[in-house]
Design a protein around this ligand. Structure first.
Ligand code: UP5
Ligand code: MG
Length: 220
């Protein structure tokens, strides 16, 4: 008879068979992760998985973890890795796609190590939206989507957790040469211009460009 362990192993094995391509999309609260992911999906055929959205859906489904998730999110705290990783794995398996933008995860060192240990997936790269707290706060307070954690008290806690726990994850990937950093304080379309460059393969940039100029020689 299968145990809980067997079934979590099973999901990891089935996911590994898909050999998914993963990009982690990181940045502070309100830096524009969700906004840019929507645009990447339209242009580059990825599936967008926001860890925060998956947790909110889990909370609303009345699951046994619902109250715990709600309490942690309202305090800006990081939900245990086990819960988030299961939701991400399930969403990846259920999707017909094999290219994923994982938005807002991993948020701390433990998230990162657990995801790697459980799924054996290494991200292709990490997209990091760098933005000032002042601008992020302004955006969140203007958002008006009824998110319970979009109040000034929780926003401050989210910023603190980002600085203390999430930035070290970005530093870790910087050390591996995997971070693609974007100035996210600019208007949405300008940010996306930079994002597009990162997702466009060198060869397509050259062929699709204005001609066979210097860019072409640089890659030959
Ligand atoms: N906007 C976007 N880009 C703009 C631009 N360039 N110029 C001007 N305005 C811009 O954008 C925020 C707002 O700004 C929007 O109104 C947008 O129109 C505007 P959005 O794209 O939503 O930013 P995003 O970075 O996605 O902000 P979000 O608030 O979703 O980020 P968080 O990281 O805070 O939220 P998330 O949903 O990822 O997590 C919420 C909580 O869930 C966490 O605090 C934590 O408690 C929990 N959580 C976990 O525990 N574990 C996880 O793995 C994930 C989440
Ligand atoms: Mg978001």
């Amino acid at each position: 008879m299968g145990t809980a362990n067997d079934s979590s192993k099973d999901i990891s094995v089935r996911l590994a068979e898909k050999n998914p391509k993963v990009v982690f999309v990181l940045g502070g609260p309100g830096s524009g992760k969700g906004t840019q992911c929507e645009k990447i999906v339209q242009h580059f055929g990825y599936t967008h998985l926001s860890a925060g959205d998956l947790l909110r859906a889990e909370k609303n489904s009345g699951s046994e973890n619902g109250i715990m998730i709600q309490n942690m999110m309202n305090e800006g705290k990081i939900v245990p890795s086990e819960v988030t990783i299961k939701l991400l794995q399930k969403a990846m398996l259920e999707s017909g796609n094999d290219k994923f933008l994982i938005d807002g995860f991993p948020r701390n060192e433990e998230n990162r190590a657990a995801f790697e240990a459980v799924t054996k997936i290494e991200p292709e790269f990490v997209l990091y939206f760098n933005c000032s707290e002042k601008e992020m706060e302004r955006r969140i307070l203007n958002r008006n989507q009824g998110r319970e954690d979009d109040n000034i008290e929780t926003i401050r806690k989210r910023f603190k957790v980002f600085l203390e726990s999430s930035l070290p994850v970005i530093e870790y990937y910087k050390g591996k040469g995997k971070v693609r950093e974007i100035d996210a304080a600019k208007p949405v379309e300008e940010v996306f211009e930079e994002v597009k460059d990162i997702f466009t393969p060198e060869v397509r940039k050259v062929v699709g460009g204005r001609g066979w100029g210097r860019g072409c020689c640089a890659i030959l």
